[in-house]
Design a protein around this ligand. Structure first.
Ligand code: GDD
Ligand code: MG
Length: 318
């Protein structure tokens, strides 16, 4: 079975970081977001199809150099085709029921249970659903007796049908993908789901967590969620507080790390306190208290920092 991961998009809200690393390759607890998604697929999904436009070369290099336990097919788009157009562009590689993921979501969805429900109901499509307080910046559904009876994408505030949103994980039968015109820019949320609603579109509400990792704050939150409750224990040169993950190649001296701190490959830091932060690879730091920051790759710091993103292409406060 195949799973399509939508990894287009420019990652604009994570600039300037995404000027050097395409968003899908940004690490969550030291493993690129898209690699995590592929590895989390249930065994029955033996093929991951990556629908890519921005960052194609980096993505090809990354996956052709490693074996991550699944067949990877990279399907490029010359121009961004939108969520629906990108799925349709992968049509030749699918063989039946297909899972589709928005590539920017980190969630606790149990795809195996979702698939069981999808088969049992005989749905044309099943959408994972998540409850939020403010649904207006998402896809919103009317959900009755297990079925999605209406779908509205980014409705105006006050007009939302419910608090249940499209969580960006789908199981789709080929007939839905066939509804999408080929080689055209199409949003599945705006142009296809509203049509299928009430006609074989089912919902799969789930609990646990759901994070759209697109902003600096949510990128940090997604990292800490991926870290889980069992980060690394002791490391030479660092005293650990709570959850923390330190790459084995990092060199630390007189540091206090955590809670919620992730230190990437080949980082060298001395006399630093790092908490609620992600330090990407090849960073050097000295004598600083770092809190709520994203730093790297390949930069240096020597002063206290708070809620700052430092990348080779620039620094922003958030
Ligand atoms: N290949 C490809 N080509 N991928 C694309 C394209 C494209 O032209 N456009 C968007 N994507 C990918 C993005 O990279 C992302 O992984 C996913 O499709 C969704 O696009 P976003 O731009 O992140 O959409 P959104 O967050 O505003 O809304 C979507 O996600 C919400 C959940 O977070 C919608 O699916 C909403 O209905 C949903 O509630
Ligand atoms: Mg998104």
């Amino acid at each position: 079975m195949e799973a399509i991961i939508l990894v287009g998009g420019l990652g604009t809200r994570l600039r300037p970081l995404t000027h050097t690393i395409p968003k899908p390759l940004l690490p969550l607890a030291n493993v690129p977001m898209v690699e995590r998604m592929v590895k989390k697929l249930p065994e029955i999904f033996d093929t991951a199809i990556l629908a890519v436009n921005y960052g194609l070369n980096e993505m090809e290099t990354y996956f052709y150099e490693r074996d991550i336990g699944k067949r990877i097919i990279i399907v490029p788009e010359d121009e961004p085709l939108g969520t629906g157009g990108a799925m349709r562009n992968c049509f030749d590689y699918i063989t039946g029921t297909t899972a589709v993921f928005n590539g920017d979501i980190v969630s606790s969805i149990n795809l195996e249970n979702m698939l069981k429900q999808h088969v049992k109901t005989g749905a044309k499509g099943t959408l994972a659903l998540w409850e939020v307080d403010d649904p207006s910046r998402f896809g919103v559904v009317e959900f009755k007796n297990g079925q999605i009876t209406q779908f509205q994408e980014k409705p105006e505030k006050g007009t939302e049908l419910s608090n249940l949103i499209n969580a960006g994980t789908y199981l789709l039968e080929p007939e839905i993908l066939e509804m999408i015109p080929a080689n055209k820019k199409i949003s599945i949320e705006r142009e296809i789901y509203p049509k299928v609603a009430g006609d074989g579109l089912y919902g799969f509400p789930f609990e646990g967590y759901f994070i759209d990792s697109g902003t600096p704050e949510s990128y940090l939150a997604a990292n800490f969620k991926s870290l889980g409750k069992n980060g690394t224990a002791a490391h030479n040169g660092a005293s650990i507080r709570g959850n923390a993950l330190i790459h084995e190649s990092a060199k630390l001296k007189d540091c206090i790390i955590g809670p919620n701190a992730i230190i990437g490959a080949n980082v060298e830091i001395e006399k630093c306190v790092i908490r609620e932060s992600v330090i990407l690879s090849n960073v050097n730091g000295y004598g600083s208290v770092v809190e709520g920051c994203i730093i790297g790759p390949e930069v240096s710091f020597e002063k206290d920092l708070r809620r700052t993103l430092i990348s080779p292409k620039g620094t922003i406060a958030f």
